[in-house]
Design a protein around this ligand. Structure first.
Ligand SMILES: Nc1ncnc2c1ncn2[C@@H]1O[C@H](COP(=O)(O)OP(=O)(O)O)[C@@H](O)[C@H]1O
Ligand SMILES: [Mg+2]
Length: 235
């Protein structure tokens, strides 16, 4: 059984059809990339999984359970955490307060340990524990958004364009940490418009165009594909 399986997912914003039958699967332990240009439906795919834009048609199964009609807070409880596009940190709250919010659905005793794990993954967040999120750089806020998602102790982590608008040096650091999070056992579904780093950390990927999957292959094969190179690798 796949950890996550989308079959023929259709999703809408009012009458605008954003997803036109997305089918994909993610196995436990994998890091999988979803590549696509602006407007392809990448964010909507992640939003459909986390319950923010539920599918109007099609199925989303998580550990065999249909979650297409499950509300977002229950989806977090099931073990799916989403670091959204544009980061959305609470600007006037400190780093520590933002991280605490990530753990709001939890009742177990592991929160303190997970906080230490997040600080070990992102030492810069530890250094800035009492700093207001709004005063940090884009890259640091991206670290905070990922750290906050990890505070839910997810089995599946959804990452939406972690490299967007971030200085190249920090992108590299963030991607090293994404690889480490995956090595430590968290399954990852990663969305990117700029596919270079994403294909490095993932073993497999899907290419999304106008709301539907047009290509899927191993990351190495995608990297070699002339279409992928032209559209998503800037070569
Ligand atoms: N809040 C919204 N209201 C109306 N249309 C939206 C909204 N968000 C996204 N869309 C539309 O849905 C489609 C897919 O968008 P999105 O999933 O954000 O693409 P991507 O993340 O790949 O750039 C686009 O045509 C976009 O204009
Ligand atoms: Mg997007």
């Amino acid at each position: 059984m796949a950890l996550l399986e989308l079959t023929g997912v259709h999703a809408f914003y009012g009458s605008i059809k954003a997803l036109k039958g997305v089918t994909l699967r993610v196995e436990e332990g994998e890091c999988v990339t979803l590549i696509g240009s602006n407007g392809a439906g990448k964010s909507t795919t992640l939003r459909s999984i986390s319950g923010l834009t539920p599918p109007r048609q099609g199925s989303i199964r998580y550990r065999g359970l249909e979650i297409g009609k499950t509300p977002p807070q229950d989806i977090v409880r099931l073990g799916i955490a989403h670091a959204p596009e544009g980061r959305h940190c609470f600007q006037r709250m400190t780093v520590a307060e933002n991280l605490e919010l990530g753990a709001y659905v939890r009742r177990d005793a592991g929160v303190e340990d997970d906080l230490e794990k997040v600080f070990a993954l992102f030492p810069r967040l530890k250094e800035r524990e009492q700093q207001k999120a709004g005063t940090m750089s884009g890259g640091e806020q991206q670290m905070l958004a990922i750290g906050r998602a990890l505070m839910a102790s997810p089995r599946l982590l959804l990452l939406d364009e972690p490299s967007m608008g971030i200085a190249p040096i920090l992108v590299e650091q963030i991607y090293e940490t994404i690889a480490e999070i995956n090595r430590q056992g968290t399954t990852i579904l990663l969305v990117e418009q700029n596919a270079n780093f994403a294909l490095d950390v993932s073993a497999r990927g899907y290419v999304l165009e106008t709301g539907t999957v047009v290509l899927t292959d191993d990351s190495d094969a995608l990297r070699e594909s002339p279409d992928v190179q032209r559209a998503y690798l800037g070569t």
